[in-house]
Design a protein around this ligand. Structure first.
Ligand code: NAD
Length: 249
């Protein structure tokens, strides 16, 4: 028996990096995947790879998120897993002295408001079913104070942690688990594009990883699969760090 047999998983930011790897992982364990991404082509490609379907949507748009979860319910009749993962890295200079209000707002919208919206529209379906698992992507920087000079990014991920704790506690008695997953640095376009502009930054970051390397997206996907599965049946409201030991060092 596969862990996600008969289950429907909605994954945002599924077109690339951690989202794509998680879509492939959950599909390999029997899940039906709904790949949500702003990038229609990338989402469609993942739908094809997983045998699932895709919804092109901007997760900062309330109507689009509401419609996406309604569509999943209409088509599949259920929402078992919501992996709220779409996110962006901040523009070049995200130190508090330099970051502009528009850039700050955009990062909060994509990284934090989207998680609020996806939880808001996934939860009623899960409530009706009396079960469900939500995993929200945060980041190790929200736990560490990593001195990354990324004020808007770090603050947005801190919000994701707090929201996941709050919802995990609130919905535990309804059979719904809500956890935050905090990756360390992962080899995805989000990170490689940032480091391509500033290779020294990659070296500075690498020094803090006890393993001496960045994670591969599949290593994060394995942890998401665990948290979303019944193997994590007593885990909710947690901050699940998959950071290569950074926070322990
Ligand atoms: P990525 O850039 O490879 O993938 C992000 C995906 O999200 C893309 O497919 C993009 O099209 C989609 N997306 C962006 N804005 C969207 C929007 N408004 N609506 C819908 N889709 C949108 O990035 P990744 O590294 O896989 O990042 C996934 C998550 O992991 C993000 O929340 C990121 O902050 C977090 N994270 C990444 C790292 C890392 O080192 N890569 C570390 C910690 C946390």
């Amino acid at each position: 028996m596969q862990r996600f047999e008969g289950r429907v998983a909605v994954i945002t930011g599924a077109g690339s990096g951690i989202g794509r790897a998680t879509a492939l992982r959950l599909a390999s364990e029997g899940a039906t995947i709904v790949a949500v991404d702003l990038d229609r082509e990338a989402g469609d490609a993942v739908a094809e790879e997983t045998g699932g379907s895709a919804i092109a949507a901007d997760v900062t748009d309330e109507e689009a998120v509401k419609a996406a979860f309604a569509e999943v319910k209409d088509v599949y009749g259920r929402v078992d897993v919501a992996f709220n993962n779409a996110g962006i890295s901040p523009p070049d200079d995200d130190s508090i002295l330099d970051t502009g209000i528009d850039a700050w707002r955009r990062v909060q919208e994509v990284n934090l408001t989207s998680v609020y919206l996806c939880c808001k529209y996934a939860l009623p379906h899960m409530r009706e079913q009396g079960r469900g698992a939500i995993v929200n992507t945060a980041s190790f920087v929200a736990t560490m104070g990593a001195a990354t000079s990324q004020i808007s990014y770090t603050a947005s991920k801190g919000g994701v942690l707090a929201m996941s704790r709050e919802l995990g506690v609130q919905f535990a008695r309804e059979g719904i688990r809500v956890n935050a997953l905090s990756p360390g640095p992962v080899n995805t376009p989000l990170l490689t594009e940032l480091f391509a502009k500033d290779p020294e930054r990659a070296q500075r970051r690498l020094v803090h990883v006890p393993f001496g390397r960045f994670a591969e997206p599949e290593e994060i996907a394995a942890a998401v699969a665990f948290l979303a599965s019944d193997d994590a049946s007593f885990i909710t409201a947690s901050n699940f760090l998959v950071d290569g030991g950074i926070s322990g060092a």
